[in-house]
Design a protein around this ligand. Sequence first.
Ligand code: SF4
Length: 163
Amino acid sequence: MKKVLMSACLLGKRVRYDGGDLTLDDRIVARWRSEGRIVSVCPEVQAGMSIPRKPAEIVSGTGDAVLEGEAAVIEKEGDDVTAAFIEGARIALDLCQRFDIDLAVLAESSPSCGTISIYDGSFSGETIPGRGVTAALLSRHGVRVFSQHQIVEANDAILAAGA
Ligand code: SF4
């Protein structure tokens, strides 16, 4: 049975920058859990960042640009935390490779986990199209990434693969 990588905050773990979570109450995810299908990851915390931690956003680009060295992840007060975000993405990729995972469900808009949109770097709550650093790295290695708003689509992909 194929496993699914999921953002830890969606599973109720209080790992967000503000110490909160984004618990997803979903019957499909509940079934995945009962099947033992889910592997949890919080790229930022597993890269050594604290809970709580200062908010950070990608400035002047997307996760793809960060991976190419063309954009940075900056905390609200101005400190550069790009290296930790890249390390977190590598940790998530390592989990996918270790457990033969090719599908992930990640928390939308996060500078690590966003799959369709990310915050725009202005710390104003505005978003732009693009992927976070972890979502970008996983995608580049063949992992299909879905947001928490695409659970049905993710489940359909699992069913289509007979996994
Ligand atoms: Fe961790 Fe990703 Fe959730 Fe942010 S969105 S708290 S990096 S799992």
